[in-house]
Structures are given as C-alpha cells and as structure tokens.
Design a protein around this ligand. Structure first.
Ligand SMILES: NC(=O)c1ccc[n+]([C@@H]2O[C@H](COP(=O)([O-])OP(=O)(O)OC[C@H]3O[C@@H](n4cnc5c(N)ncnc54)[C@H](O)[C@@H]3O)[C@@H](O)[C@H]2O)c1
Ligand SMILES: [Zn+2]
Length: 355
C-alpha cells in the first residue's frame, strides 16, 4: 500500500480494499458516519465506494446538486441541517466523496459543524486527486468570487482510488491532466516529457503519475505552508489562466472553459513571456505550445476579449502594489517567481497563442 505523508494526515493510494479506512474507523470509534456526494458521484461513485470500502457500519448519505454553481453557503446550510436532523454530534465523521466541489464544501461544512468534526476526503476527479488532496484548503464561493469563504483545516485521511476515474467525462479528465503537466513544468522535466505524450498514457499508468503529482504538490506545500515563497510556483499558468477562466465564465455569448482548459492557455502564454523575460529556450516554448495544443481544443480570443481579460488581471489576488507578478520559467522544471510583465508583452503573448 502506497501513501504520501502530508501535514498531519496521509494520502492513501488504495486498490479496491479500503483497509486503511476500516482501521481508522475502528480506532476512532465515531458515533455516526455521514457520506457527502453530489448528484453525479452518487450515481457513479457511491456503488464503487460501497463495494471497495466493504464498510459494514450504518452510513447516512447526504447528496447535493453537482456543479461549481452550487459551491456556496446555501448548499452548506442544507448539509448542516441534514447533519443536525440526522443526529450528528461532535464525534461524528463526514466522508466527502466527489470532485473538488464536494471535498472543498464538505471540508468546510465539517470544519464548522459544532465547531469542527472529523472528515475524510475521497477525490473522484483527476483534478481533485492531484490538486485538492493536499494543502488543507476548504471553502465555498461568494457569488461569482471563487473560494472567498473558508478555513484551512486538514482531513483525517485522503483516499485515492483511480477506479473512480472510469466514469469521469473526458474533458474533466483532461482538465485535471493540465495540473499534472504543470507539475512537470515547474518541478520535473523528465515527468513533463512523459506526460506530454498524452495518447501514450493509459489507465494502468495513471495511478503512478497521480502519485508523482501528489508528491510534487505535497513537497512544495510542506516546504511553504503559508504561501510566502516556494508555493507561488504552483501558480504557473494561473495568473493569465484565472483571468481567462473568469472572463469566459461571465461572458454570456462564450462557452465556459474548464479550469484546466483555461490554465492550459495560461501556460502557453506564460511560456512565451518566459522566453522574453527569463531566457526560456525558444524550442522548449514551442514544445509547451504544441503539447497543450495537441490535448486541448483551440480557443478563439479576439482583441476585445484580450482587453477585458487584461482588465480582469488586476483583480488577481496575487497582485501587490498594483503590479501583476508572474511565475515564469527559466527552463522546463526551473520556475522563477515575482516577475513583473509590461502590458505590450501580454498582447504579444496572446498573438503567439493565436498563431
Ligand atoms: N482545495 C484545494 O486545494 C483545491 C485545489 C484545486 C481545486 N479546488 C476546487 O475544486 C473545484 C474543481 O474541482 P473538480 O474539477 O473536481 O470539480 P467538480 O467537483 O465540480 O467535478 C467536476 C464534475 O465531475 C463530476 N464528477 C466527479 N467525479 C466523477 C466521476 N468519478 N464520474 C463522473 N462524474 C464525476 C462532478 O459531479 C462534476 O459535475 C473548484 O471549486 C476548485 O476551487 C480546490
Ligand atoms: Zn489550478
């Protein structure tokens, strides 16, 4: 059995048999156990959970509507009320079975119910396995503003079971894969090269790559728990990527982009900036561009879009003193932080993406 030691808990990689969960439950003697799912994970993941966990204890299932648009306080109210009506107390446990929406929201609900009960996360999307499984961030959105309400708190355990990925829609899979490619770009050139050949990665390989990605994120987060320095490198592709994501979300006549699709564009744009400001080799930049273009559909971004996206950049939470600071690359695997970029270069980067 493989695991990664995160701050105060383990990320356990399991195969069909959730022995680690059974042992934890036996040692903790919880008064009652609740399982939070969304409408999709209830249908696709709950049967696998019941089969693989082999739990014999009674379990109450609480279900919420799927989707980021439901990641807000009203949904938490519903879950808190269900817990209360079902008789949950200080010694209850909440197991969150779902993507990042369920694990973020469920983690927050558990952290605040009766001033905090234990919770376990079982991520069921690739994104939540490789990204939301370490770092201790829990929370919900406030209107259109992402993750504005929340607390940092750690689960008792995270269980990664790649079997859940079998029902995950292809575009959601690719969205999570973008974060894995990012892990290669910021930390491990060899890993990047392996992942870049997307069509060669099959389901039997993915588990070891998830393990490697969780390891990279965990290393970075453990070294810099309060986001003072090193942790910034996880934002590669995200400065422009977030602005693109919010823009496409709010524009009525645009189709929304998944998080990974938006940061894939961000990583191409920021690779271009890296050649101009940090000496990233042209060839490596081209390799980054062609890799992302081979996995993610091209997105049409016109002049007005760029203008609006750049206006959104100033709202990025990483801004300080009105300057937008970027994480760029000196080379694949070698990030540099706090680089200030002039506006004309940003326009050039979009030009590079389009052509
Ligand atoms: N806490 C953190 O450190 C952290 C890190 C990254 C992202 N996040 C958060 O995670 C969220 C995004 O996560 P996500 O991409 O997992 O979104 P998500 O939870 O909305 O899942 C995406 C979609 O896939 C469905 N789904 C989930 N598992 C499935 C499965 N196995 N089979 C079929 N369908 C399935 C969901 O119902 C949903 O419709 C965002 O809210 C983001 O803020 C948190
Ligand atoms: Zn991300």
């Amino acid at each position: 059995m493989k695991f990664i030691k995160a701050t105060q808990y383990n990320v356990e990689f399991v195969e069909k048999n959730y022995q680690v969960l059974t042992s934890l439950l036996a040692s903790k003697n919880y008064s009652s156990v609740y399982l939070l799912v969304d409408s999709n994970t209830e249908e696709n993941c709950l049967p696998i959970f019941l089969q693989h966990s082999g739990l014999s204890i009674p379990l109450e299932v609480i279900s919420i509507e799927a989707g980021e648009e439901n990641k807000h306080l009203d949904t938490c109210m519903g879950v808190w009320e269900s817990l209360s009506e079902l008789g949950a107390d200080r010694k209850s446990l909440l197991i969150n079975l779902g993507g990042g929406v369920v694990t973020d929201l469920g983690g927050f609900v558990a952290s605040t119910f009766k001033r905090g009960i234990d919770f376990i996360n079982i991520p069921t999307t690739l994104l939540s396995m490789v990204d939301a499984s370490v770092g201790g961030k829990t929370g919900v959105d406030l209107g259109p503003l992402k993750n504005q309400i929340g607390v940092i708190n750690t689960p008792q355990m995270v269980i990664v079971d790649p079997h859940y990925l079998e029902t995950l829609p292809g575009e959601e899979y690719r969205s999570g894969y973008a974060e894995m490619l990012k892990h290669g770009l910021i930390r491990d050139e060899e890993y990047w090269k392996i992942l870049a050949d997307f069509s060669a990665i099959n389901t039997s390989d993915i588990e070891k790559h998830i393990f490697h990605s969780v390891g990279i994120k965990n290393e970075v987060v453990t070294e810099d728990p309060y986001e003072n320095g090193l942790r910034k490198i996880l934002n590669y592709g995200h400065t422009l990527g977030h602005a693109i994501e919010s823009y496409f979300l709010t524009e009525k006549d645009k189709t929304t982009l998944l998080h990974g699709e938006a940061i894939a564009i961000g990583m191409i744009l920021e690779a271009y900036l890296s050649t101009k400001l940090c000496g990233l080799d042209q060839g490596q930049c081209e390799e980054i561009k062609s890799t992302f273009n081979s996995i993610y559909p091209p997105v049409d971004i016109n002049k007005q879009d760029i203008k609006d996206i750049l206006a959104l950049l100033i709202f990025d939470k990483k801004n300080s003193h009105g300057k937008v600071k970027f994480v760029l690359l000196e080379a694949i695997g070698k990030p540099v932080t706090d680089i200030i970029v002039e506006e004309n270069l940003l326009w050039e980067a979009f030009d590079y993406y389009a052509n």
